[in-house]
Design a protein around this ligand. Structure first.
Ligand SMILES: [Zn+2]
Length: 204
């Protein structure tokens, strides 16, 4: 078991994690309460080398290693290594393109469909009260990995962001990434199928 002493605190020099994959560092530090959590140091320095783009490298690894929950034809879905909340997903095209306007029509359709399925899956497994969806475009727009387009799907619960972040810029993540990945991946096929229901029918 990896001791977590000091990991994830601002000012640590190097980035080290158990997964070495997709994620978007931000200003929050995390309290990794259960054991075997991702081990994070150093924030955004991790992703300055475009040749090591985590969104390009991830699909070459196993789902478990890369935290991938679903692989489509043109796009895939991965857990954010730096979640705002448990179940924070990222929808990414396989192609290394920076802007939403760079997507082909086919990619755009799958990007949208996977975003919808991600919401359905998260509703099933964690019953959020709401979501934040969005893409940060360019470093100026706040993108952690500006060179490779990704859509955030963040489940929200009432009061989830009210205490720790304000007091100490710290978020307690109470499920390990491994557990969340498995939960979401297993729920994906049924949720994707429910999305094929005729228009107007509510999700089962
Ligand atoms: Zn890339």
């Amino acid at each position: 078991m990896q001791e977590n002493t000091g990991a994830g605190y601002p000012g640590d020099a190097d980035v080290q994690d158990d997964f070495e994959l997709a994620g978007v560092p931000d200003a929050f530090q995390r309290l990794w309460t259960p054991h075997r959590m991702a081990y994070i140091k150093g924030g955004s320095q991790q992703f300055k080398d475009a040749a090591a783009c985590p969104f390009c490298v991830g699909p070459n690894r196993t789902d478990e290693e890369a935290l991938i929950v679903h692989r489509g034809a043109t796009c895939y879905v991965v857990l954010n290594l730096f979640p705002y909340n448990p179940g924070h997903l990222l929808v990414c095209p396989y192609r290394h393109i920076p802007e939403y306007t760079d997507l082909t029509l086919e990619e755009t359709a799958e990007f949208a469909a996977l975003t919808q399925t991600a919401m359905r899956v998260l509703r099933k497994v964690s019953n959020p009260g709401g979501f934040n969806l969005g893409m940060n475009q360019g470093a100026v727009g706040g993108a952690g990995i500006a060179a490779h387009l990704h859509q955030h799907v963040v489940p929200r619960w009432g009061g989830d962001g009210n205490f720790f972040p304000i007091i100490a810029q710290t978020k307690a993540i109470t499920q390990t990434l491994d557990e969340v990945r498995q939960l979401v991946a297993e729920a994906w096929p049924a949720a994707a199928e429910s999305g094929l229901a005729p228009a107007g029918e509510p999700d089962a």
